[in-house]
Design a protein around this ligand. Structure first.
Ligand code: ADP
Length: 503
């Protein structure tokens, strides 16, 4: 039974596969959480959509149900933090709050041609210098352009100055505050391909190139801020923290210092390395984003992504019917015959860094009469370790920093066989905190930091001890360097073959 005097922090973690809400106590111990799956729509090859309105309705209901289930009154919530799937683009009519089309999800590749057009105009270098990003359909900019060009409603709403754009953070905030706050934070803004990272403003130049009006965009703030408050659950609750999910998870995994690195294995895989206070560009197709801005402290990060991570496991489950539950992959991995040498490149929606080949598609190499489900499952999981190796390799080169350990989180981090394979291939220690919901935790940290700053005359301070990873399991390499190398040579050959097949 929860005592009425207790105070809590509420975290909203709106992910690609599910929306979650989590209640933490002031020591960041999880009190309870609820979650609901997000419906996925695939109207055409390469298109991925979400129903933004359902996402909002689900989040609202989850919060209501969670407070009720735990007998917690809204007055006991000190602050709300929001972590969200990034880049996913929502456009809505601000007079009735209804989205004008389904949200275009980060994985959606429909804007390949718009990106090609930008590259043909030789804008790659300029875009990278301003936004830190590689021109790619993945980011919000070309998704906004696509909606403006293809949805007649958008055109008339723009004329009437009634159209708003937001990523999921902005959309949820606008609804939570009953249409009062149209804001985003700097980490989410840095993923739109419209934001000037160093000057901290929307880039007029890129907006002009894409013909996107500035007045549909939200105002950008730091990660801890008085974002507004919500009165939808009883007494008013302030919203004090916000960050895109990957940055939120880096915060939840305490990657506050230069060199600290984390890798999240959810639907996609996202590797983030804190590169410090100086804006730096990669020469190997990694992207630069803001890791966080809290008070006067602004840190940048390098990021590399693997488009298909957990979604490869979903594909094995839902399209090939190899198992019913992703958890079964751990046992299947151990059943794989060591005599089989299957290599999978699960580039189901293209290849990310360092290759950035949106047209590549997946392949399986080395099939024999003895290849069965376990071998394919193992090869799929191992492929994620190989892809992580490729990213780490260029991250170290571009940053001049040696990575000695990596923190991991996300649904796949529960798979011990996979994390061991990761440690074996990378030949470094992998640390898995016992709380693998790092995005939700990071959002809760931000909300609490903002709450504390108000109590302390707006002094924002990160008390490292409070936010350090406390309980974790460590994985160290169980194979030697040369065995890891042998496996990596095969992987490289497979990727080269795939790329030449699609060239
Ligand atoms: P997101 O935050 O992107 O919604 P999650 O972090 O919840 O994703 O992770 C879910 C993904 O992880 C799913 O794609 C699922 O297939 C995969 N997954 C979950 N558990 C396991 C497991 N034990 N082994 C391998 N993959 C898993």
């Amino acid at each position: 039974m929860i005592c009425n005097m207790n105070k809590f922090i509420l975290s909203i973690d709106q992910g690609t596969t599910s929306s979650r809400v989590v209640i933490y106590d002031k020591n960041f111990i999880v009190i309870d959480s609820l979650q609901k799956d997000v419906d996925q729509f695939f109207p055409k090859d390469g298109w991925v959509e979400h129903d933004a309105y359902s996402i909002w309705k689900d989040v609202k209901k989850l919060i209501k149900d969670l407070l009720k289930k735990n007998n917690i009154d809204s007055s006991q919530i000190l602050s709300i933090g929001i972590s969200n799937q990034r880049e996913t683009t929502v456009m809505w009519d601000k007079t009735n709050g209804i989205p004008i089309n389904r949200a275009i999800v980060w994985q959606d590749r429909r804007t390949n041609d718009i990106c090609k057009n930008l590259r043909d105009q030789k804008l790659e270098k300029k875009v990278q210098k301003i936004t830190g990003l590689v021109i790619d359909p993945y980011f919000s900019a070309t998704k906004i352009k696509w909606i403006l060009d293809n949805n007649p409603k958008a055109k008339s709403l723009i004329k009437e100055k009634k159209l708003l754009f937001g990523t999921i953070d902005t959309w949820l905030l606008w609804n939570l505050t009953e249409r009062k706050s149209h804001l985003t934070d700097i980490t989410n803004a840095s993923r739109t391909m419209l934001y000037d990272l160093e000057n901290e403003d929307w880039s007029h130049e890129i907006l002009r190139s894409l013909n996107i009006p500035k007045d549909i965009l939200p105002e950008v703030t730091q990660n801890t801020y008085d974002f507004g408050s919500t009165n939808l659950f009883g007494d008013s609750i302030p919203i004090g923290g916000m960050a895109g999910d990957q940055q939120a998870s880096a915060i939840g995994l305490s990657c506050f210092k230069k060199g600290q690195t984390k890798s999240t294995y959810g639907t996609g895989c996202f590797l983030l390395m804190n590169i410090g206070e100086k804006f730096k560009l990669s020469s190997n197709n990694l992207i630069t984003s803001v890791a966080f801005k809290i008070g006067n402290e602004k840190m940048y990060c390098f990021e590399g992504s693997i488009f298909v991570a957990g979604s490869a496991i979903q594909w094995l489950r839902d399209k090939l019917f190899f198992f019913k539950d992703a958890k079964q992959t751990e046992l299947l991995y151990s059943e794989a015959k060591s005599s089989e040498n299957v290599v999978i490149v699960p580039a189901l929606t293209g290849l990310g860094a360092p290759h950035w080949n949106p047209n590549a598609r997946g392949a399986i190499f080395g099939l024999t009469r003895n290849t069965a489900i376990p071998e394919i499952v193992k090869a799929t999981l191992d492929s994620l370790a190989f892809q992580t190796f490729d990213l780490i390799n260029i991250m170290e080169k571009d940053s001049n920093i040696k990575i000695n350990e990596i923190y991991v989180d996300g649904g796949m981090a529960d798979n011990k066989k996979f994390i061991q394979s990761l440690s074996d291939i990378l030949q470094i220690e992998i640390i898995k905190p016992s709380n693998v919901e790092a995005s939700a935790l990071g959002a809760a940290y931000l909300a609490f930091i903002n709450f504390m700053s108000q109590k302390n005359n707006n002094q924002l301070a990160i008390n490292m001890d409070k936010y350090n990873v406390k309980e974790s399991i460590s994985f160290i390499p169980k194979i030697d360097k040369s065995s890891a190398k042998t496996k990596l040579v095969k992987w490289k050959k497979a990727v080269s073959a795939l790329i030449s097949f699609h060239s």
